[in-house]
Write a new protein. Structure first.
Lengths: 420, 313
């Protein structure tokens, strides 16, 4: 994270386009993740259905689960979007109309689509669904943004290659909502312009089969000579995007929706990252002039991180320091350990659903929305029946333990890795 | 029985190659420059493009010149588009191949006589998408190379647009805006080293589990490009594509010698002419393939690409 923000804290062109609060848009791989993302402060979540999405390995939602998700989100005033972002082949088209109508009926606010067949069909058969242009279209110029606006799209997700300056130019030329990825893993190619998986494994990357071949290691040969035979190999794998240190730039350039990547990521990841950005955005709008990044937001981000972080293309084209040569760091030294199901204020005992092994004597942290946070040592553990436990070893087991400060339902407990 | 002859289209890196490939039997030549096009085999100035048009006109049959504008367009490029396409129209170029709506807007506004060929490479995958771009002005749809024979045949049956299919040569499998080779060199602190110039060197990638496959990689002003380890070659099965009424067969000449491309054009020319003369009695002749095999790089397999493959997702 070596790039610097503009000194004034204003956008690069010196203009303030709008100071509406941008939407914080979070990924949700399943219903539980959706609930956590919303509870921790997402204004909208995007999910995948059973068809037409690019994460065929994610759990993905049935229409029934979508309805429940929409209902849950509505209580918080949040919206649910569905990614229908594949490039369809002829045989995928059958059933598309019905699928889109079902999304509309389930109360989905928008689809995120790249293929014109999906865009046109949605506009025709499901007029209450907004259509947002996916980053898979690699849109990088205002003229193309205007083209899609004229087609009836209220929002474009730009290519990840767009710089802050280019985003400012696009906002100057076209009055349309702009969504940009601000956090998470990145394709190192132009999105959609990569068929490595097709060639290496016969899996169709643009229909959800991506096997992340860009993160594999390769030998580079130059003029038939192997360039390096014992050191770190060549790779295309990128560090992950993190823009929390540059939030004023993103707001002041006029980005309307801040998108976090990661439909395959854990509850802990999504909730932690959303929590940090939520606090940062709210702090900025409370008092833009004296806004400052709080170190604890960064610390939280690092506790969820899977990979080293960088600022993508926002300031400059990524270089040597932005790719991951050699073994990938594990990232965070913390692991998700449990979810608070209940808390009894009279006894100070919390009911915790086990999400990972933990035991008495271990250091744990409790985290809740809005930055609630404390550390403690795990004391005595009991199961539902009141039997004493030497450790919480069973997935999803309900554990009773004394907590040193009040906790709330859906607070998370994490432990440091490395201690037995 | 009369059969509509499909077009034989090939890329050319310079005027000399263009002339030789037309003489060898190409009906159309795709040229361009690496500002508006990407992965073009050589850069043509407007003057050279005008010369190409004039060479095409002198041929003893109808030969067309297309210009590749398949780059990903940024804001700066948008400003340059009107002048560029206006000049292409004035020169008499027949069509541009494009993959960004900004090009469509610029051509419609400034150069309406230029035909528009939709080519978004790997994302041009279905007939409704073809028809979408058709309603907005495209006359031709260039199929993704990741489609199979059934999908391609189905495409032609359900669109009025001309359908173009690549039948020979390498395909692009990855395009990044990043300078990945340079980044790697910098990481190795060898940026000043003798071999650090990715532009000039012949480079490829190898992956431990696939020791027989060499994936060419190169860097230019448009970023990093990785290419297929094999060369498509559909000459044995060209009949199937002709029976499906595909309008244009493309030979990709990128990273190949003029001599090689000339041999390939001749082979396909012979096959197309033989089929169109007498479809009933057409038989593939082994010697057409053998002529190509004789010039084929030993490390690069000739393959059917995805034409007969089922992919999962």
């Amino acid at each position: 994270m070596t790039n610097t923000t503009s000194e004034t804290g204003r956008s690069l062109t010196g203009k303030r386009y709008r100071l509406d609060r941008p939407e914080l848009l979070a990924p949700a791989g399943n219903l539980e993740k959706l609930k956590f993302a919303v509870h921790y402060g997402a204004d909208a979540v995007y999910i995948g259905g059973q068809k037409y999405g690019l994460r065929s390995n994610a759990d993905n939602f049935s229409f029934e689960e979508m309805r429940e998700g929409v209902e849950f989100a509505a209580k918080y005033g949040a919206k649910v979007f569905v990614a229908t972002n594949i490039y369809a082949h002829n045989e995928d088209i059958e059933g598309l109309e019905e699928y889109l109508k079902n999304l509309e009926e389930a109360g989905i606010a928008a689809i995120i689509a790249a293929d014109p067949i999906i865009i046109e069909t949605a506009l025709r058969v499901a007029p209450k669904l907004e259509v947002h242009l996916s980053t898979q279209q690699s849109t990088l110029n205002w003229q193309a943004v205007k083209f899609w606006k004229d087609e009836g799209l209220p929002r474009v997700v730009l290519a990840r290659e767009a710089s802050l300056e280019e985003i400012a130019e696009i906002k100057e030329h076209v009055d349309i909502e702009i969504e940009a990825f601000i956090h998470g893993a990145m394709c190192s190619s132009f999105s959609g312009r990569c068929v490595l998986s097709n060639h290496f494994t016969d899996r169709d990357s643009n229909r959800g089969g991506c096997c992340q071949s860009c993160r594999w290691k390769y030998d580079l040969f130059i003029d038939a000579e192997q360039f390096e035979d014992n050191g770190e190999q060549f790779t295309m794998g990128s560090k992950d995007l993190c823009m929390i240190e540059h939030l004023p730039d993103l707001i002041e350039v006029g980005i309307d929706s801040f998108k976090i990547e990661g439909r395959m990521k854990s509850i802990h990841y999504v909730a932690t990252v959303v929590n940090a950005y939520r606090q940062a955005i709210d702090a900025y709008f409370e008092d833009p002039e004296s806004y400052k990044l709080k170190p604890e937001w960064m610390e939280e981000i690092y506790k969820a991180a899977n990979r080293p972080l960088n600022t993508g293309f926002f300031f400059d084209t990524p270089g040597a320091e932005d790719h991951i040569y050699g073994p990938e760091d594990k990232g965070s030294p913390y692991d998700f350990a449990g979810i608070v199901l209940d808390y009894d204020a009279a006894t100070g005992i919390a009911t915790i659903q086990q999400r990972n092994h933990f035991k008495p004597g271990q250091e744990v942290e409790f985290v809740g929305p809005g930055g609630r946070f404390f550390k403690q040592t795990v004391g005595e553990l009991k199961d539902k029946e009141g039997n004493k436990l030497d450790a919480a070893r069973h997935p999803l087991q309900e554990i009773h333990m004394t907590v040193e400060q009040p906790v709330k339902r859906m607070d998370m407990m994490r432990k440091r890795i490395g201690k037995a | 029985m009369t059969v509509k002859k499909p077009e034989l289209l090939v890329t050319a890196s310079n005027l000399e190659e263009l002339q030789r490939l037309i003489a060898a039997g190409a009906d159309a030549v795709l040229i361009g420059d690496s500002r508006f096009g990407t992965r073009v085999p050589g850069d043509f100035t407007h003057e050279q493009m005008a010369e190409a048009v004039s060479i095409a006109k002198q041929a003893n049959r109808d030969v067309r010149i297309y210009v590749a504008m398949n780059n990903i367009v940024d804001n700066k490029m948008v400003e340059e588009l009107p002048a560029y396409v206006t000049e292409l129209e004035r020169i008499g170029v027949d069509a541009v191949a494009f993959g960004d709506p900004a090009i469509l807007m610029a051509v419609r506004a400034n150069a309406p006589k230029l035909k528009l060929h939709w080519n978004a490479e790997m994302t041009s995958t279905n007939h409704d998408t073809a028809n979408f771009w058709g309603r907005r002005g495209a006359t031709r749809f260039v199929c993704a190379r990741e489609l199979n024979m059934e999908q391609i045949a189905g495409m032609k049956a359900r669109t009025d647009l001309e359908v173009q299919v690549q039948v020979h040569g390498m395909t692009n499998i990855y395009h990044s805006k990043r300078s990945l080779v340079q980044s790697y060199m910098d990481f190795k602190k060898l940026a000043e080293g003798a071999n650090a110039n990715g532009d000039e060197a012949d480079m490829y990638l190898m992956e431990a589990d696939r020791p027989d496959e060499r994936y060419p990689i190169f860097e230019d002003s448009n970023g990093t490009h990785i290419m297929s380890a094999d060369d498509l070659c559909m000459i044995e099965n060209l009949q199937e594509l002709m029976e499906a009424n595909i309008d244009s067969f493309k030979i990709e000449g990128l990273m190949k010698s003029v001599d090689y491309n000339e041999t390939v054009v001749r082979a396909y020319r012979t096959a197309i002419d033989a089929y169109c003369k007498d479809p009933e009695h057409y038989r593939f002749q082994e010697e057409w393939l053998e002529a190509i095999q004789a010039k084929q790089h030993p490390d690069r397999e000739l393959s059917y690409g995805f034409f007969y493959k089922e992919q999962v997702y």
